[in-house]
Design a binder for this molecule. Structure first.
Ligand code: NAD
Length: 472
C-alpha cells in the first residue's frame, strides 16, 4: 500500500508542498506509518503567509454580522462532521472515540461563542468628554495572525484560536502539530465549505523551521501558542522581541489535594478519569494526588490500585476501551523511562503499566501506572510526564498540601476534594494556580470564560478564548 503525502491548505484548497522534507504520521494503535506530512521550507512558508495577507483586508472589512453568518454555518458543519473529525483524531492521536467526540464538541463551543461576535466587538462611547466632543473606541482586526498547536488536542486547541481570530476579522495561519495533521486540514476545508473566504484560514504543516519563521515574519501580527513549556518560552520571547502580541500556554503538573474529610469513593472515581483519560496526554490531567493523612492515603491507594490494574487498554475505535495508545513509540519509551526513574528514586510502584500485555505490542500502548510514596525531591514529581502515570504524595496537613502546590514550577490546574466549604474557599483563594476545581478534578472553563495557567504553564498576558481571546 502506498503511503500518501499530505499537503498544506492555502487559498481555499489543499496545496502540494514545495519542501522535500517530511515526517511520518502514525496510527498509534498499530505502530504503522499512515501518511507523510510535509515540513515546510521557506518557499512554502512565504506562499502561505502571503496568501493570508492577500485575504485579510477584505475579510476584516466585512461587517461583524456578515462574519457571524459564516461562523454560524461553520458551527453547523462542524456538528454535522463531529463523528468524522473524532474518527480522524482517534486514528492519528490514539484517544478513544468518545473522548475524541468530546474534544470536537469543546472546540465547537468556542465557535458557538464566537458567533456572538457583533456583541463581543462592541466598543465604548463617552458623551461630551469636552464641549462639543464625544469619544468612542472600537475593536479592529490585526490582519494575519498565527496559531501554533500541540498534538494532544488537534481539533479543540486550533478552534480555541480560530473562533475568536476569524470572528474578529483576521486571517489565520495555523501551524498544527506534525503528529496529527489530518484533523486541522479538515477543519480548514469545512471553513471554506461554510463560506469562509479562501486564504482566511490557511494550514502550514511543518516543524520548528515553520514556527520560527512565523515568530519573526513582519506580516504576522500576533502569535497564539499552546504546547510544552520550553517551546512556549521560546515563542513568547522571540515573538515579543519581534513586536507581536503573544499568547503562550505551556506544560503542566496538576495536583489534586485530598483532605481527610473528602468522599474517597468520589475522589477515586474522579482520579480514574482525570489521571488516565486520554492516556494522561491532557494538559489538565491530574498527575499528582496530594493526600492529607496516612489513613486517607492508604485507603485511596487501596481503592485505586485494582481499578488502575484493570483499565482496559486497546485500539481506540474497537469496543469501548478506557485508554488508547500513546501518540508515538518515542513518547511511550519516554513515559516508560519515567516509571523506571520513579522506581529507582524510591517510589513504590503499586501498578506498573510497563507490564501490561499490550505494552510489548507493535502499537504504542502502555498500561496505567500508580506510584505511591512519591516525594517532592523526585524527578517524577517535578517533571511533566504526560502519560498514564499518577503519583501519590503523602502529607500531614492541608497547609503542607497548599505549600506543595504553590512551590511547584507549573500552575495550570489544581483540584481540591473536601466536604468543607470553608476549606475549599480558603484553598481556592490562596493557591497560586490558573484554574481551580472544587470536588471537580479537571476544571476546564467553558467557552464564555477563559483558559489559562500561571507560572511555567503560561507566558504572556492573555488567556485563551472567552473575552480574553476576543481582546487578544
Ligand atoms: P510541543 O511543544 O512539542 O509542540 C507544540 C508545537 O510547537 C507543535 O506545533 C510543534 O511543531 C512546535 N514545536 C515543537 N518543538 C519546537 C521547537 N523546538 N521550536 C519551535 N516549535 C516547536 O508540544 P506537544 O508535545 O505537541 O504537546 C504536549 C505539550 O503541550 C505538553 O507539555 C502539554 O502540557 C502542553 N499543552 C498545554 C496546554 C495548555 O493549555 N497549557 C494544552 C495542551 C497541551
Amino acid at each position: 500500500m502506498s503511503i500518501p503525502t499530505l499537503t498544506h491548505f492555502v487559498g481555499g484548497a489543499r496545496l502540494a508542498a514545495h519542501t522535500a522534507r517530511t515526517a511520518p504520521v502514525f496510527d498509534p494503535a498499530t505502530g504503522e506509518v499512515t501518511a507523510q506530512v510535509p515540513l515546510a521550507d521557506a518557499t512554502d512558508i512565504r506562499c502561505v503567509i502571503d496568501d493570508a495577507a492577500a485575504a485579510a483586508p477584505a475579510w476584516g472589512q466585512r461587517s461583524a454580522v456578515d462574519r457571524a453568518h459564516v461562523l454560524f454555518r461553520y458551527r453547523e458543519l462542524l456538528l454535522a462532521h463531529q463523528d468524522e473529525l473524532a474518527a480522524c483524531i482517534s486514528r492519528e492521536h490514539g484517544k478513544v472515540f468518545d473522548d475524541a467526540r468530546s474534544e470536537v464538541r469543546r472546540g465547537i463551543d468556542v465557535v458557538e461563542f464566537a458567533c456572538g461576535i457583533p456583541h463581543l466587538m462592541k466598543g465604548e462611547f463617552s458623551d461630551g468628554v469636552s464641549r462639543g466632543i464625544d469619544m468612542h473606541s472600537m475593536r479592529q482586526p490585526l490582519g494575519v495572525v498565527a496559531g501554533i498547536t500541540p498534538f494532544n488536542f488537534p481539533a479543540m486547541v486550533p478552534l480555541w484560536m480560530l473562533g475568536p481570530a476569524l470572528a474578529t476579522g483576521n486571517a489565520v495561519v495555523l501551524k498544527p502539530s506534525e503528529r496529527d495533521p489530518g484533523t486541522p486540514l479538515r477543519l480548514a476545508e469545512l471553513w471554506v465549505e461554510a463560506g469562509g473566504p479562501p486564504g482566511t484560514f490557511n494550514v502550514l504543516n511543518g516543524d520548528k523551521e515553520a514556527v520560527d519563521a512565523l515568530l519573526v515574519d513582519p506580516v504576522v501580527q500576533a502569535v497564539s501558542f499552546v504546547g510544552s513549556t520550553p517551546v512556549a518560552q521560546h515563542v513568547h520571547t522571540t515573538a515579543a522581541a519581534h513586536g507581536k502580541r503573544v499568547q503562550a500556554m505551556g506544560g503542566a503538573k496538576n495536583h489534586c489535594v485530598v483532605l481527610p474529610d473528602a468522599d474517597l469513593a468520589q475522589v477515586a472515581n474522579a482520579l480514574m478519569g482525570a489521571a488516565y483519560g486520554s492516556a494522561g496526554e491532557r494538559c489538565m490531567a491530574i498527575s499528582v494526588a496530594v493526600v492529607v493523612g496516612e489513613a486517607s492515603a492508604d485507603a485511596l491507594v487501596a481503592a485505586l490500585a485494582p481499578r488502575v490494574a484493570a483499565l482496559e487498554v486497546g485500539p481506540p475505535t474497537v469496543g469501548r476501551p478506557d485508554m488508547g495508545p500513546l501518540v508515538t513509540g518515542t513518547h511511550r519509551a519516554r513515559v516508560a523511562e519515567y516509571i523506571g526513574i520513579g522506581e529507582s528514586e524510591g517510589a513504590a510502584v503499586v501498578v506498573d503499566g510497563r507490564t501490561h500485555p499490550r505494552a510489548s505490542g507493535p502499537g504504542f500502548f502502555l498500561g496505567g501506572t500508580l506510584l505511591d510514596r512519591v516525594t517532592p525531591a523526585m524527578r517524577v514529581y517535578q517533571e511533566e510526564i504526560f502519560g498514564p502515570v499518577l503519583c501519590v504524595v503523602r502529607v500531614a496537613s492541608a497547609d503542607e498540601a497548599l505549600a506543595l502546590c504553590d512551590a511547584h514550577r507549573f500552575g495550570n490546574g489544581v483540584a481540591i476534594f473536601t466536604r468543607s466549604g470553608g476549606a475549599a474557599q480558603d484553598f481556592a483563594h490562596r493557591v497560586r494556580c490558573g484554574m481551580v476545581g472544587i470536588n471537580v478534578a479537571i476544571p476546564v472553563p467553558l467557552a464564555f470564560h477563559s483558559f489559562g495557567g500561571w507560572k511555567d504553564s503560561a507566558f504572556a498576558d492573555h488567556n485563551q478564548y472567552g473575552m480574553e481571546g476576543v481582546r487578544f
